[in-house]
Structures are given as structure tokens and as C-alpha cells.
Design a protein around this ligand. Structure first.
Ligand code: 4AD
Ligand code: MG
Length: 407
């Protein structure tokens, strides 16, 4: 028999052929003559209905067990699916004791419940959908940047710099000749590469030793970062943020409509906000503007890191920074124009006592420096926003946060 993934089997193009599928049992139903199984293999939200004679020894065919089924793919008499598989052979590859298995057949477990089983939660429809969406969104982001001519850069995970200067560094065991940390942002490395390219981006894990239990903070999260050369205005950055959001979301809705719909139907909560003051401010702003995404620009000089470009021409002492705030999540993207003027940057670094550490960064302004800027988007916050998921721990396969590093 021809081996098919279940998304292929249910699409009915192989009707009338002998096929073999492999997957996990999502439901079992016994009738007098027949035994009905639904088998899912993660290739899509859909399960394939398998019909077998009830003569078959079905003691081991339980919810959650892994099976290999061979048989004839036929048109289904039921209106609920196009095709079904008339099994002539079912092999239970891995048994699953339904009494001990934490998920129960036909029950819709909520995200909070399934979060307790990080090693098993991919067996639920909801988390399986999430993983497909995550994967597809990753592709969509890469396609967006590729189509716009950006070069993807693999920035390091271990670094000797503290990009954001917010004191949220995970220190790495002494090994190098200098203190080293897990990276909080790939920005400074991207800035190095943007010194020779029109646009670059990175997409990788970033780390923050943030002592927060909030529903939108992780200690390890994925960040999409872009750095654009010859950029002189925040408008250019906003345009890229907006286009990237739009293009990624359109791609997702086109490629994973069923998976996204599952979230919108069963998961999306009302906008239930975190409670720290900053989040409250963001909430107010988004609400005040009619519950739509919005940009906030020109932050006070003292609130942003050393690299942010001084708005010398504006009356209040601000920098050219922009955050994108979205309903349900708050800050989704943060970006700035980078200070490219050597004298201003020198002064700022000297004030912070960082001029020695960042000698190489000053060099970037000495040799063929151009105005440039960039931003970072928290990938999990993006997923929270688009899927309406309340807790960030439910949109990443293995969440790490204050006091919790399971598996
Ligand atoms: O605003 P942040 O700190 O900006 C930077 O790190 C810049 N250096 C990025 C750049 O310009 N290249 O972080 C960017 C985004 C935030 O807007 C937020 O979406 C997300 O990263 N983020 C987190 N997501 C989950 N958990 C956390 N602890 C996060 N901290 C930031
Ligand atoms: Mg920020």
C-alpha cells in the first residue's frame, strides 16, 4: 500500500487505492458490526475515519494509542467526511492506558490544564494546531523578508555585550576570557552586518532574566529583528513593522485557516490584561484609540538604551523610538533609529561608563557609517495577538519563566 500522511488521505485524491497511514487515535467508537476510529498524525487538524470489523481484537485500540492502519480508501457514507479508510490491518505500535493518560476522549481541555503536561500536550488538537501555526508563521516571516531583499543573519546566542542595559542578563559559566551572557537582543550584531547590506534580519531565541510571572513575559522567547541601512525616519520603520505584520498574518490565514479558526472559536478570551502599571498605560492607549494597533513614538531620552538616536530638533529631550502596541498584548514591537553621530554616541557611552566596552561599536560610526534603524518583534506576543491567547506560555512549545524550566 501507498503510505500517506493523513492530510493527504482525507483530501480524497487517492480514493479507491490501498493505502497505509500512521498516527494517534483520537476517538474509538464501537458498533455491533463495526469499529470506528479517528486517527490524527499532526499533518493537519483533520483526523481520518477508519472503519474496521468489530471482530478485530480492539482491546489495545484506545484513545492516545499509536497505530498503523492499512486498507482501502473509499467514499464515506457519512456527511461529516469525504473519505474513510476500510481497514484490513491495524497494528497498535504504541499502547496508551486511557486511565493514566491525562487527556480524555471527547473532552475539550483548556490551555491551563494542558500546560501542566509539557511532554504530552502536543497530543491535543489545540496544541497541535498551535505548533503548525508557529511553524507556518516562521516561514511567512522569512518569506516576507526574503521578498524584500533582506539577508538573514545568524546572530550569536552567547555574547559579551548587554544590548539593552536593563540588567536582565543570564550569565554564562566562566569559560571565555571575558564575562559572557545569553543574548537579550541580536541588535548590535545586526548593526555590524547592516554596515555592509541594505537590510538584514534575524530570528532566534533571546533570553531575559526577568523576574516576572506575567502572562506576556518569558525568560526565553523568540525575537524577529530587522536592521535597515540608509533609514532616516521612524516612518520607514513603522512601514516595515506594519507590512511584516500584515503579510505574515495574511499568509497564516491563507495557509492554516482551520488551525487559526480553532483558536478563534474555542480559545480566544476577552482582552484580559496584565496588571503592572506599564501594561495598564498601554491598555489605556489602545482603548483610547478604538482598540486597534497603534504606534507610540519619541520616548524620553532617559528611558531608552544608549544606542537610541537623540531627537535634537524636538523641544522635549526624546529619542527616535517607536513601539507598536496591539490589543490584548500591549507592546509587540520596539524599535529605534540608532545614534549614528560619533560625538553624540561617544558622550552617551562615556556617561554610562561604557566607552571602553563599546569601542568596536564606535568603530562602526567611524568607517562608512550610515543612518540606520531597526526593531524587534516578540514572536510569541505576535502569536498571542493573532490567536487571542491570554497566556504567553501557551504559544511556545517549552516555556521558560521565573522559577520554571521544565523538561
Ligand atoms: O523592546 P525590546 O526590549 O527591544 C529590543 O530588544 C531591541 N534591541 C530590538 C531591536 O531594535 N532590534 O524587545 C523587542 C520585543 C518587545 O517589543 C516584545 O514584543 C518582545 O521583544 N519581548 C518579550 N517577549 C516575551 N517575553 C519577554 N520577556 C520579552 N521582552 C521583550
Ligand atoms: Mg521595548
Amino acid at each position: 500500500p501507498k503510505k500517506l500522511r493523513i492530510c493527504e488521505a482525507v483530501s480524497s485524491s487517492d480514493m479507491g487505492t490501498n493505502v497505509k497511514v500512521q498516527g494517534w487515535v483520537r476517538s474509538v467508537r464501537h458498533q455491533k458490526q463495526n469499529l470506528f476510529l479517528h486517527v490524527n498524525d499532526g499533518s493537519s487538524l483533520q483526523s481520518l475515519q477508519v472503519v474496521a470489523s468489530s471482530q478485530l481484537n480492539h482491546r489495545l485500540l484506545t484513545f492516545g494509542s499509536a497505530v498503523e492502519v492499512s486498507g482501502l480508501l473509499v467514499k464515506s457514507p457519512s456527511r461529516r467526511q469525504e473519505v474513510e479508510l476500510q481497514a484490513n490491518q491495524i497494528h497498535v505500535v504504541g499502547e496508551c492506558n486511557p486511565v493514566d493518560f491525562p487527556f480524555k476522549v471527547k473532552e475539550r481541555h483548556d490551555l491551563e490544564y494542558i500546560r501542566q503536561f509539557p511532554h504530552l500536550r502536543c497530543r491535543t488538537n489545540t496544541f497541535s494546531s498551535l505548533l503548525r501555526i508557529r511553524s507556518e508563521a516562521t516561514t511567512a516571516i522569512q518569506l516576507y523578508f526574503r521578498d524584500k531583499g533582506y539577508v538573514q543573519v545568524h546572530t550569536p546566542v552567547i555574547t559579551s555585550n548587554d544590548c539593552e542595559g536593563a540588567g536582565e542578563l543570564f550569565q554564562v559559566e566562566p569559560f571565555f576570557s571575558v564575562p559572557a551572557y545569553l543574548v537579550v537582543s541580536g541588535q548590535l550584531h545586526l548593526e555590524v552586518i547592516a554596515g555592509a547590506f541594505p537590510g538584514v534580519f534575524s530570528f532566534g531565541p533571546t533570553f531575559r532574566a526577568e523576574n516576572s510571572q506575567s502572562r506576556r513575559h518569558l525568560a526565553e522567547f523568540f525575537m524577529v529583528e530587522a536592521e535597515i541601512s540608509f533609514t532616516q525616519s521612524l516612518e520607514d520603520l513603522m512601514k516595515v513593522m506594519e507590512e511584516m505584520f500584515r503579510s505574515t498574518t495574511e499568509h497564516l490565514l491563507a495557509q492554516c485557516p482551520e488551525d487559526v479558526a480553532l483558536f478563534h472559536k474555542h480559545v480566544t478570551p476577552g482582552h484580559n490584561w496584565g496588571c503592572d502599571l506599564q501594561t495598564e498605560h498601554e491598555k489605556y492607549l489602545v482603548k483610547h484609540c478604538g482598540n486597534i494597533p497603534l504606534f507610540v513614538t519619541d520616548y524620553p531620552y532617559t528611558l531608552k538604551p544608549f544606542y537610541a538616536r537623540d531627537n535634537l530638533d524636538k523641544p522635549l529631550h526624546t529619542v527616535a523610538a517607536v513601539d507598536l502596541l496591539v490589543p490584548g498584548v500591549g507592546e509587540l514591537c520596539g524599535g529605534t533609529l540608532r545614534e549614528e553621530r560619533l560625538d553624540l554616541l561617544k558622550t552617551r557611552l562615556a556617561l554610562a561608563g561604557l566607552d571602553e566596552t563599546y569601542r568596536w561599536y564606535l568603530d562602526l560610526r567611524r568607517f562608512g557609517s550610515v543612518p540606520h534603524g531597526g526593531f524587534g518583534m516578540g514572536f510569541e506576543r505576535y502569536l498571542q495577538c493573532v490567536l487571542g491567547v491570554d497566556n504567553i506560555r501557551d504559544v511556545i512549545p517549552f516555556p521558560r519563566y521565573s522559577h520554571s524550566c521544565l523538561l
